[in-house]
Design a protein around this ligand. Structure first.
Ligand SMILES: Nc1nc2c(ncn2[C@@H]2O[C@H](COP(=O)(O)OP(=O)(O)OP(=O)(O)O)[C@@H](O)[C@H]2O)c(=O)[nH]1
Ligand SMILES: [Mg+2]
Length: 417
């Protein structure tokens, strides 16, 4: 629990206010003195707590009835209620313990399923992303400060002549840095949402069998009837700590029925947007023309290699597999993992982790770029564009503070001494 009623609540139901940050054995009782359970109590006084307010944690025997009785007793106290979803983090943000980006990263850390997701979230929760944006915003604010200084205090001796002229080079570099950072968004999308692999090929090529072999369960129906799969069937794999989504699709052929045709259309759309296409051909069947997929990231896979006499070469295929014997499956899993690693790039890179960040950054870069274009305009107008850039970057982390601009002016030039 967190908030101004924590001390009162602890004294009421545990009879003690424990020493800060030390596990203390206590007996918890209801308002009329009946014992609920005994367990450990931890008290974190504000402002050093996670939320910045007085907080407490209870360790009780985990049975549902015990927890329900404790919650019931706590919420019956005046001014105590159940927390809303994310409310502890929200209070931490409002109390200046975390910025918005760190709050989002904390949510990502809590929901991380793979090692890559955990690493990215932890990097951002530790403030790497927030530090980058705050450094960028700082650069724009000092540029504005220089211009402001030139406009307001040009007659002061401490302001070097035309300091403002020097800022545009840095703003130009900053626009490029922001754009390079935005370009990394797809890498963080792959880490968060998974590397998107789509299996396509003619009917009966063994697509659903391969999906099942990769997933090691019967996720999709397999039969010798061509046109078995009509809808998209998706499974998520964890390969070397990366989330990889594999989607099985309807076999592509002409002259199919109405429902199957819809399935084929879906297959085409998914193949177009996929990070990687696995294009399957049945090695034991006559060759079928490859459909146009609109995606150049293709791994060609020859299937049912158990039906062939040994010694056949790869014959234009990247990998030969047999879902029946398992041959080639480990090689394919390795190839998928390797490609996911390449697609997500360097592990230590700071990446934008939300579309919200990207949208604000685009807007910020546009503002900064506008300040560079039309350099014949007055400095006031160009400073306005910079202000828009700084404001957008500040909005990402939830920090918008006009005071710091003045700080920069006076700390750099000793004006008004
Ligand atoms: N011998 C052998 N048969 C296989 C293999 N993989 C799939 N088959 C058989 O091939 C037939 C078609 O397999 P599916 O996995 O349903 O093929 P699909 O590509 O999903 O077919 P559609 O959904 O109709 O497009 C089934 O009878 C499978 O048992 C394999 O590696 N070896
Ligand atoms: Mg199928």
């Amino acid at each position: 629990m967190s908030g101004s009623k924590v001390r009162f609540a602890l004294e009421t139901i545990a009879g003690v206010l424990p020493e800060p940050r030390r596990a203390t054995l206590a007996t918890f009782t209801t308002a009329d003195g009946a014992s609920i359970d005994s367990g450990l109590l931890l008290f974190f006084p504000g402002a050093a707590s996670f939320t910045g307010e007085d907080s407490a944690e209870f360790q009780v025997h985990g049975g549902k009835a015990v927890v329900a009785a404790l919650l019931e007793t706590l919420t019956s106290l005046p001014g105590v209620r159940h927390a809303d979803a994310g409310e502890f983090t929200r209070r931490a943000f409002l109390n200046g313990k975390l910025d918005l980006v760190e709050s989002e990263a904390l949510a990502d850390l809590i929901s991380a399923e793979t090692e890559a997701q955990r690493r990215l979230a932890l990097l951002n929760a530790d403030g790497a992303q927030a530090a980058l944006y705050s450094a960028w915003r700082g650069r724009v604010i000092s540029a504005m400060a220089m211009i402001e200084a030139e406009l307001d205090f040009a007659d002061e001796a401490d302001v070097p002549e035309s300091v403002a002229g020097g800022v545009w080079g840095d703003i130009g570099r900053l626009v490029e840095e922001i754009q390079a950072h935005i370009a990394g968004f797809h890498r963080s999308e792959i880490i968060r949402d998974g590397y998107d692999v789509v299996i396509v090929g003619p009917p009966n090529a063994g697509k659903s069998s391969l999906l099942n072999a990769l997933a090691r369960r019967d996720a999709a129906i397999v039969s010798d009837e061509p046109g078995t799969t009509r809808d998209l069937v998706e499974v998520s794999l964890d390969i070397d700590g990366f989330k990889i989504r594999v989607t099985d699709t309807a076999g592509m052929r002409d002259g199919s029925g109405k429902v199957e045709a819809i399935g084929i259309e879906r297959a085409r759309n998914r193949a177009k947007s996929a990070d990687l296409v696995l294009l399957l051909s049945d090695l034991s069947a006559p060759h079928v023309e490859t459909p146009e997929l609109g995606n150049s990231n293709i791994v060609r896979i020859g299937t049912k290699c158990d039906l062939l006499v040994d010694g056949l070469g790869k014959n234009g295929f990247d990998i030969l597999v047999s879902s029946r014997t398992g041959r080639g499956i480990a090689e394919l899993l390795r190839a998928l993992g390797d490609r996911a690693v390449i697609a997500t790039g360097d592990r230590g890179d700071v990446l934008p982790s939300r579309l919200r960040h990207v949208e604000l950054l685009r807007d910020a870069a546009a503002g900064l770029q506008a300040s560079l274009d039309n350099d014949g305009r007055g400095l006031e107008l160009r400073a306005d564009d910079l202000r828009r850039g700084a404001e957008r970057i500040g909005r990402i982390s939830g920090a918008v503070n006009v005071e710091d601009m003045l700080d920069v002016i006076f700390s750099q030039f000793c004006i008004g001494k």
